[in-house]
Design a protein around this ligand. Structure first.
Ligand code: ACM
Ligand code: ZN
Length: 718
């Protein structure tokens, strides 16, 4: 019996290495033989799936495509069987034909995606020539969740329509079917509204001579863009052909700084203290009491509803700074008149009024999880649970249809390891953690699960703008392979182990992503220092390179490096279009924590004293006003310090906000005289000292970021 079991397992493993489909299908069986698509093969399709047939032509040059023609041997057939679930499909390959039967358009489209994965990986570069062979098999499949989404924030970093279409293509290859399109935020307004053109023509750009204040990066140039309605309609159609519904988001009533700058009449009837924010008005919340605001919302929703075909429009509801309502006499009068218990119920009122507008145009509301905190929203409201697992459990326990997207697993703007770019507020995680998401372990009961409407990944783009936003490399790297793992969580009924999933990535899907031109993240090389030698290795056959950080010279790694300075070497591996993070031996990462006294000319919040900046434990200092020319921060070491590198960074450790933007760093080698060594770049500077250091200092020459505070951090010293 045991022997038989082992035999069965080994057969299974032979078979599973033949296809390596991601996300894992419900059932796959492979038989002897193969089918060849030749330059005589026709693509025969049911007229309902014409657009899917033309989509397939992007990848394979069929001789002819024919609607509902008699099927001949050698043809590839796309058909519909409405007795099946709409997104289910059966893909059959025998020695005569390939047949994809889907329950509806989505089912056939999903079957096409599986077929593409059965072909040589270079099918994805769009230049594939016939013939190609496909192994004989039967694959039956349907999705675990109807809603398999990805949220893309194009407000904080502008991403052009063509680039958005590329991400739609990449989503389609993973059978993801909802693009939650985050189109407005504090940093920009990206939708042309014909009745209020200035929203986009002004609000689409910030920096330079734009009234919209620059944040995060690109401080000195006017930068941004917006989509015309024509472009948005084109995106919607492009996505629909790929079985993807686009759900627009207008983030209200908070996160509206850009809009409030252009239309200050939407803001509350109060006056902020501008003396602490260098004269900047940073109010970003719609007043809930102004009737004119609901008229503007009507104009916006009316136009949106002619562009987007989705039933839902996401209207935001997250992170509303309620102090703006607290100090607004009009909002307080509204609260009293309507018998609202607190400011959260003012938000409920705002959402209910917006929901009425949505209903007028045949649309339903989706909101972020804080939207339900006031307790008044009807159970038909769709909730996106982002802030925590607890928030998802709360929404599902109350019976709201909930999209599960806790930052701790599904926010792909989080770092993938401590030394990589990204946020940390939720977690630091890679694809392995995404794949490990388990409803039961997270406390979801059968009752909670009834309200789970889907799964979504998210990318908020505030850090992208500081990472070469004209290129896709940063975004690709943050998304892949985490988005592949997400698709498996959202689609597959049986979850593979990480080892099985990683095998599919490495042996099959990396090559597909190479052909798609995706800059995906490879697993981190292992680097070990022992017996005076640095040894590096990878498990994926990628090529290793190393850099001597003292000279900047990069070389290909071929054998262990004999050295007494292991902390100076940085390694990277590459394979196809994949790239690993930069890494080194333990010694490379070792951080020094010398005793230091920190002082500043800026007033600090009593909750975060300046001594926090001497602790090296991640605690921060918040000042109580923005910085101006002449302000300074000094770090003075108890003993002269020998080190390789000192990194100064102002701003919040995870949200590079509250920068001290304009200024320079200086270093003192004698404790008295300071030499200017670097201008601040995005609130920070890296110093490579030439001798033992007594002190370093930041000198402000102008304004800080668009906040009424600066955040001061501990130094990072290696
Ligand atoms: C969010 O991340 N503020 C929805
Ligand atoms: Zn108000």
């Amino acid at each position: 019996m045991k022997k038989l079991f082992i035999l069965a397992c080994s057969l299974l493993s032979v078979i599973s290495t033949t296809a390596q489909i991601v996300p894992l299908p419900k059932s796959e069986s492979y038989t002897e033989g193969e089918f060849t698509i030749t330059d005589k093969s026709c693509l025969v399709y049911n007229s309902r799936v014409r657009d899917a047939a033309t989509y397939l032509l992007n990848y394979l040059p069929f001789k002819q495509i024919l609607s509902s023609q008699k099927v001949m041997d050698g043809d590839v057939v796309l058909s519909v069987n409405t007795f099946m679930e709409p997104e289910a499909y059966r893909l059959t390959v025998d020695n005569k034909n390939i047949t994809i039967v889907g329950g509806g358009y989505g089912g056939v489209f999903n079957g096409i995606q599986t077929l593409l994965q059965l072909l040589p990986a270079d099918v994805y570069n769009g230049k594939k020539k016939l013939p190609v062979t496909v192994p004989c098999c039967t694959i039956e499949d349907n999705p675990k969740f109807d809603y398999r989404g990805f949220m893309l924030d194009v407000a904080r970093t502008w991403i052009s329509a063509d680039r958005v279409k590329r991400y739609i293509d990449l989503m389609a290859h993973l059978k993801l079917n909802k693009l939650h399109f985050h189109l407005t935020d504090d940093e920009g307004w990206r939708i042309e509204i014909k009745s209020h053109p200035e929203l986009a023509t002004v609000g689409g750009f910030r920096g330079g001579d734009s009234p919209v204040y620059p944040r995060y990066a690109k401080f000195d140039e006017k930068w941004g863009g917006y989509y015309t309605q024509e472009e948005l309609r084109d995106i919607v159609a492009y996505a629909a052909q790929r079985n993807i519904e686009v759900i627009p988001e207008v983030d209200m009533p908070g996160h509206s700084l850009a809009l409030g700058t252009i239309c200050p009449e939407i803001l509350c009837n109060n006056s902020p203290d501008l003396s602490i924010s260098n004269g900047l008005d940073i109010r970003n919340v719609w007043c809930a009491a102004k009737e004119s605001n609901y008229a503007l919302i009507d104009d916006i929703i009316r136009e949106l509803s002619t562009i987007f075909t989705s039933d839902y429009i996401h209207i935001g509801g997250d992170e509303v700074n309620m102090s703006q309502w607290k100090s607004c006499p009009d909002c307080q009068r509204l609260k009293a008149e309507k018998g609202l218990k607190n400011e959260k119920q003012i938000e409920d009122y705002f959402i209910a009024r917006t929901t009425e507008v949505l209903a007028k145009y045949g649309k339903k509301p989706a909101v972020w999880n804080e939207g339900i905190d006031g307790g008044l929203l009807p159970k038909s409201t769709r909730v996106h649970g982002w802030a925590s697992i607890k928030a998802c459990l709360n929404a599902t326990s109350k019976g709201y249809p909930t999209i599960i997207m806790p930052g701790h697993y599904f926010y792909f703007d989080m770092k993938q390891s401590a030394s990589e770019p990204g946020h940390t507020w939720a977690a630091i995680f890679d694809a392995k953690k995404v794949l490990s998401f388990d409803f039961e372990k997270q406390g979801f009961t059968a009752e909670h699960l009834k309200s789970v409407a889907g799964i979504e990944a998210s990318f908020f783009s505030e850090l992208f703008i500081a990472n070469n936003p004209e290129s896709n490399d940063y975004l690709d790297y943050m998304l892949f392979p985490r988005l592949v793992a997400l698709s498996e969580v959202a689609w597959s009924h049986t979850r593979r182990s990480w080892e099985e999933f990683y095998t599919a990535l490495k042996d099959a899907h990396y090559a597909r992503m190479d052909a798609m031109g995706v800059t995906y993240r490879l697993q981190t090389p292992q680097v070990v220092y022992s017996d005076g030698k640095l040894t590096a290795s990878t498990a994926d056959g990628s090529t290793l390179y190393y850099t001597d950080t003292r000279t900047g010279k990069r070389s290909r790694y071929s054998k262990p490096i004999a050295t007494t300075t292991p902390y100076a070497y940085e390694f990277i591996s590459k394979k196809g279009s994949g790239i690993s993070k930069k890494t080194g031996s333990k010694e490379y990462f070792a951080q020094l924590k010398p005793t230091v006294a920190v002082t500043t000319s800026l007033p600090c919040s009593s909750k975060t004293p300046i001594t926090n900046a001497a602790k090296y434990n991640g605690s921060i200092v918040r000042t109580t006003r923005a910085a101006k020319a002449g302000d300074w921060i000094e770090y003075r070491f108890a003993e002269p310090l020998n080190c390789r590198e000192i990194e100064i960074q102002t701003g919040h450790i995870h949200l590079r906000r509250c920068f001290l933007l304009n200024g320079y760093a200086e270093v003192s080698y004698d404790g008295k005289n300071f030499t200017r060594v670097a201008d601040l770049f995005e609130g920070g500077a890296i110093i490579q000292p030439s001798a033992a250091v007594h002190a370093v200092r930041v000198q402000a020459t102008g304004r800080s970021d668009a906040e009424n505070q600066v955040v001061i951090q501990s130094l990072k010293i290696k």
